[in-house]
Write a protein that binds this ligand. Sequence first.
Ligand code: NDP
Length: 325
Amino acid sequence: MEYRRLGSSGLKVSALSFGSWVTFSFQADEDAAAELMTTAYDAGVNFFDNAEAYASGESERIMGRVLKKTGWPRDSYCVSSKVFWGGQLPTQRGLSKKHVRDACHAALERLQVDYLDLYFCHRPDPETPIEETVRAMNDLIAQGLVLYWGTSEWSADEISEACGIARALGLAGPTMEQPQYNMFERTRVEREYRRLFDSVGLGTTIWSPLASGVLTGKYAGGIPDDSRMALPAYDWLRERMETEEGRAQIAKAQELAAVAADLDVSLAQLAIAWCLKNPDVSTVILGASRPSQLVENLGALDVVEKLDAPVMERIEGVLDNAPGE
Ligand code: NDP
């Protein structure tokens, strides 16, 4: 495993990390979850991602039970949660001081840990002043309940504002952002956040490196019964794949599969290695519904060195979506 600094912080996270979202929410029982997490941990993964919204807290409960059962030393792994969608009541959602505090305590209980290593604001909340959220996060850090806080899918302007407020008030600012980043989704990470990488050394824990599985090439011949796109909760993904853009992505995945074949690697490995190649990526969060996928995807670490300039150029030729300046 390779370890990277989380932005300008001193925390070293594994370049590949493990996300529980779909797998723990819709597919896995506790034994399957334990097998996945153990496969990851044994390979050197030290960051396990979660959120209050995943299966209404059930994903955190499963992860908490696995962490307890494995008995891994608390100083050998990092665990996260995210606050935003806690429940239906007005006090149970968003980034108010109250919900940030309540959600943190509830996540700690579900995960059965004393502190969260990383705590994310799962989305921006236009109905809460950013200063209120910065103060709420700073309080949790001061209380030792959170080590680093960050954002997810915030704009560069919103993150800048949070950093500016924190600096002006002498409070802890955001250390990392959790954006979507993959071969099809590049603009935020490659262009919009550039100034934040340069100015505050923002870390990134990127999600959906395989574009929900499209970048494995497995949807070229239809929707396999045992795939994410076949899940009832994924109507939106199926519908998106029937649009012109979706069909173009499936076709591009086929072209990229040829690049992968020439390198003697799988398309999933190529797509993940391509994310790792970006030095602004602190960690790539892997989603996997079975251990064999995880083992394959962890192999992406060895593929990065194969991505030399001519290969990257060939990939760019297929993608044709590099964000301009
Ligand atoms: P991916 O885009 O990598 O999709 C993962 C899915 O692709 C797997 O569940 C599996 O689904 C399929 N897959 C993975 N590897 C293979 C393989 N080798 N061969 C064939 N199929 C494969 O990541 P996710 O969308 O799952 O996101 C990863 C994590 O990021 C989440 O768990 C969560 O922690 C985080 N996240 C954060 C968000 C945010 O807003 N902050 C939003 C979304 C995710 P299947 O087998 O069922 O087809």
